[in-house]
Design a protein around this ligand. Structure first.
Ligand code: SF4
Length: 439
C-alpha cells in the first residue's frame, strides 16, 4: 500500500472514458493514492486517452512532451485508454519517460500494475488481445459528476464498423451481470443521485450473463429503482435496437424521452461500405416505432460525411433522411482515416474542402430543423434538472427529459443546487437551447 503518494489524472474523449476515470480514481484512492489538481504536485501523472479522432490523439502526445521535464524530478507517467491500447509499446519509444501503458480492458489489473510501478519497474503494459471476458467493476468509483451517476453495463464492441477504432481499443463485447448493475443503481440512489446514465459502446447488444434480463428489461428495472427519477442510455446501434426498448420508455416514467440512434449515413450503399449492417429503410422503420410512442421521444444522431466512395447522390440521401427524421440534435463529422480500421484500405479520394462543404450544408440544414423543433416548446412548461450556473449570463443551466438544454435567469446567491428539479415555462427558443422562467 502506498503512503501519501499523489496522482494527477486528465481525461480525454467520451463519457465512457470519463466514467472509466471515475473508476480509476476510486481504485487509486483505494490503493492509498491522493488526487491532486496539477501535474507539478503529482508523483504519478496519468492521461486517460481517446483515439477516436487524430486531434485527440495528438493532444496527448503534446501533453506528454510539455511535461516530460517533470520526469527528472522523479515523477512517473502513465498512458491509459484508447491511445494506450492502439499504440501499445510504441508509446515507450515515442515518449521514453512513460512507465505504464494500459488499455481499458486491463484496468481491473491496475492495483497489481501500480505495485510493480512502486517497485521501480520502468515498462509496464496492460494490453488487451480481445480475449478477456471480464469487466472492470469496482465499488470504489469516485463519482465526479454532481448530478448524474454513470453505470457501465457493457464494455467493448464486436461490430467492427469500417471506420471505427473501438473494437481494437476496448476489446471484445462483454456484459455485466444485471444483478450487479441493479446493485450499483441502488448504491447510486442511496448516495443521493436521481439520474443514472447507462453506458456502453453498444448498449443494445447487452446480454445478461445471468440470463435474467434483456436490455429493455434491465432499463426498466433501473428506472424502477427507488429514488431514481431519470434514466438515460448511450450509445445505441440501430441494428440491435428493438421495439421493446420503446415499450419500456412508454411504460416506465423514469426513462427519459430521448434516444440517441447513430445513423452515420442516409445512403444504404454507404452504410454497406461502412459495415453498419442495416439499410436506411430499416433505420427509418425503427425511427417510425419511436415516433409512434405514446411519449414525445426526442431523437439525436451521429453522421459522418465524406466516407470513402460517398457520391453527391449518397449525400443527398443523407440530407433526405435528415428532413424525414427531424432530429433534435446531430453530431456531424468529416470522415478521417483511423489506424487499424478496415476503411484505411479504401480510397479516400474526396478532398477535404468537399468534406467540409458537405458538413457545413448538413449542419446548416439541421440548424433550421432544430429552430423549428425547439420553437414548438414556446409557452410550454417543462421539468428541468439543474446542472449548474452560468455566471456570465446569470443563468441557471439545466436539461429537460428530452435532453434539451433549458436555462433561466436567477441570482447566483439563490441558484438551486445541481440535481434540483423544477418546472420552467419556456419564453424564448433557440436552435440549441430553451430559455424560460422558473414557475
Ligand atoms: S458499433 Fe461500430 S461505431 Fe459503434 S463502437 Fe462498435 S464498431 Fe464503433
Amino acid at each position: 500500500m502506498a503512503t501519501d503518494r499523489t496522482f494527477y489524472l486528465e481525461t480525454f474523449g467520451c463519457q465512457m472514458n470519463a466514467h472509466d476515470s471515475e473508476k480509476v480514481i476510486g481504485t487509486l484512492e483505494q490503493q492509498g493514492y491522493r488526487r491532486v489538481e496539477s501535474e507539478e504536485e503529482a508523483d504519478l501523472i496519468l492521461y486517460n486517452t481517446c483515439s477516436i479522432r487524430d486531434k485527440a490523439e495528438q493532444k496527448v502526445f503534446h501533453r506528454l512532451q510539455d511535461y516530460k521535464t517533470l520526469y527528472k524530478a522523479g515523477k512517473r507517467f502513465g498512458v491509459l485508454g484508447c491511445v494506450a491500447q492502439q499504440e501499445g509499446e510504441k508509446i515507450f519509444a515515442r515518449a521514453p519517460h512513460v512507465s505504464l501503458v494500459s488499455g481499458s480492458a486491463s484496468y481491473r489489473r491496475l492495483p497489481e500494475m501500480l505495485s510493480r510501478l512502486e517497485a521501480g519497474e520502468k515498462r509496464i503494459t496492460g494490453l488487451d488481445d480481445r480475449q478477456t471476458e471480464e469487466t472492470f467493476e469496482t465499488e470504489f468509483t469516485a463519482r465526479q459528476n454532481p448530478y448524474r451517476g454513470y453505470i457501465t453495463i457493457i464494455e467493448g464492441c464486436d461490430k467492427f464498423c469500417a471506420y471505427c477504432v473501438v473494437p481494437y481499443t476496448r476489446g471484445k463485447e462483454r456484459s455485466r451481470r444485471s444483478s450487479s448493475v441493479l446493485d450499483e443503481a441502488r448504491r447510486i440512489a442511496d448516495q443521493g443521485y436521481t439520474e443514472i446514465q447507462l453506458l456502453g459502446q453498444n448498449v443494445n447488444s447487452y446480454r445478461d450473463p445471468e440470463g435474467k434480463r434483456s436490455f429493455a428489461e434491465l432499463l426498466a428495472a433501473v428506472g424502477e429503482t427507488v429514488g431514481i427519477r431519470r434514466v438515460r442510455f448511450t450509445t445505441s446501434h440501430p441494428r440491435d435496437f428493438t421495439r421493446d426498448i420503446v415499450e419500456a420508455i412508454d411504460a416506465v416514467p423514469a426513462l427519459c424521452d430521448h434516444v440517441h440512434l447513430p445513423v452515420q449515413s442516409g445512403s444504404s450503399r454507404i452504410l454497406n461500405a461502412m459495415r453498419r449492417d442495416y439499410t436506411a429503410e430499416e433505420y427509418l422503420e425503427k425511427i417510425a416505432w419511436l415516433k409512434a410512442a405514446r411519449r414525445p421521444i426526442s431523437l439525436s444522431t451521429d453522421i459522418i460525411v465524406g466516407f470513402p466512395g460517398e457520391r453527391p447522390d449518397d449525400f443527398i440521401e443523407t440530407m433526405d433522411l435528415l428532413a424525414k427524421v427531424e432530429y433534435d440534435c446531430v453530431f456531424g463529422f468529416k470522415y478521417s482515416a483511423r489506424p487499424n480500421t478496415p476503411a484505411l484500405t479504401m480510397i479516400d479520394s474526396i478532398p477535404d474542402e468537399e468534406k467540409a462543404r458537405r458538413l457545413q450544408v448538413l449542419l446548416e440544414r439541421q440548424r433550421e430543423i432544430q429552430r423549428v423543433n425547439y420553437a414548438k416548446h414556446l409557452g410550454q412548461t417543462v421539468e428541468v434538472m439543474v446542472e449548474g450556473f452560468n455566471p456570465a449570463r446569470e443563468q441557471v443551466v439545466g436539461r429537460s427529459s428530452q435532453n434539451k438544454p433549458v436555462n433561466f435567469s436567477c441570482a447566483q446567491a439563490i441558484a438551486p443546487a445541481p440535481g434540483t428539479y423544477l418546472n420552467v415555462r419556456i419564453t424564448t427558443t433557440h436552435p440549441n437551447s430553451l430559455v424560460g422562467q422558473a414557475v
